[in-house]
Design a protein around this ligand. Structure first.
Ligand code: FMN
Length: 205
């Protein structure tokens, strides 16, 4: 039995384009892999520990080989639990809207928690190595407008490719639903194409 971790980062429900495509993905995936477990993290429906002074100082303590204080250890235990949950999955699905040309703050918060030295990347002799990769990841993007891969305004896909590449993911499938804020037909066509792409990707995931 494998575990697929689904990270949902739109606060919207049925009207979310990214989540609609993700639901199609999960439905096909579950049919094809009935023995697998799907764990969902709905980022706007649960709270994450603040990445506050104690968390940041813990991160520096790890990087500089210093002992953590008792308060830092307490905070770090919460951070570690989320990293462990992330790392224990075998496959990953992320759905995300474009917000202000980037990603929603809750997804950034989650990334700030899971990207940690000694856990998801290592930094030795001045070079970085991803420690969380070697597993499939599919990212579903929704955007009100349309952006091609070279658009200077895209800090959404470019950033997620960069950060998940940094922690070791090399097998990243991409599904883009755009433009979702166009006229009704264009938006509906974009949604259908994204659902179809999601189904096809899930078939061999
Ligand atoms: C706070 C906010 C910021 C947004 N910023 C952008 C943006 O920078 N570029 C864009 O094309 N669409 C933007 N949109 C539109 C969303 O990307 C679009 O509606 C998308 O379908 C949302 O994903 P969802 O349907 O899964 O919630 C924004 C929407 C919101 C609510």
């Amino acid at each position: 039995m494998k575990t697929l971790l689904y990270i949902k980062s739109s606060p919207r429900t049925d009207r979310s384009h990214s989540h609609t495509a993700a639901k199609a993905f999960l439905s096909v995936y579950q049919q094809k892999n009935p023995q697998d477990k799907i764990v969902t993290i709905a980022l706007f429906a649960q709270s994450l520990p603040e990445f506050d002074n104690f968390a940041a100082e813990s991160k520096y303590a790890i990087m500089h080989g210093r002992e953590k204080t008792a308060e830092q250890v307490k905070k770090w235990t919460q951070i570690e639990k989320i990293i462990e949950q992330f790392k224990s999955a075998d496959k990953y699905l992320i759905s995300t809207p474009m917000w202000n040309f980037g990603i929603p703050y809750k997804l950034k918060h989650y990334i700030d928690i899971i990207v940690q030295p000694g856990y998801t990347f290592s930094a030795e002799h001045g070079s970085y190595k991803g420690l969380a990769g070697g597993k499939p990841l599919c990212i579903i993007y929704a955007r009100g407008g349309s952006y091609d891969d070279n658009s200077p305004m895209d800090f959404q896909k470019k950033y997620l490719d960069l950060i998940f590449g940094f922690i070791g993911f090399t097998d990243i499938k991409t599904i883009i639903c755009q433009p979702t804020l166009a006229d009704e037909k264009t938006s509906a066509d974009a949604q259908s194409a994204a659902v179809e792409a999601a189904r096809k990707t899930a078939d061999f995931f």
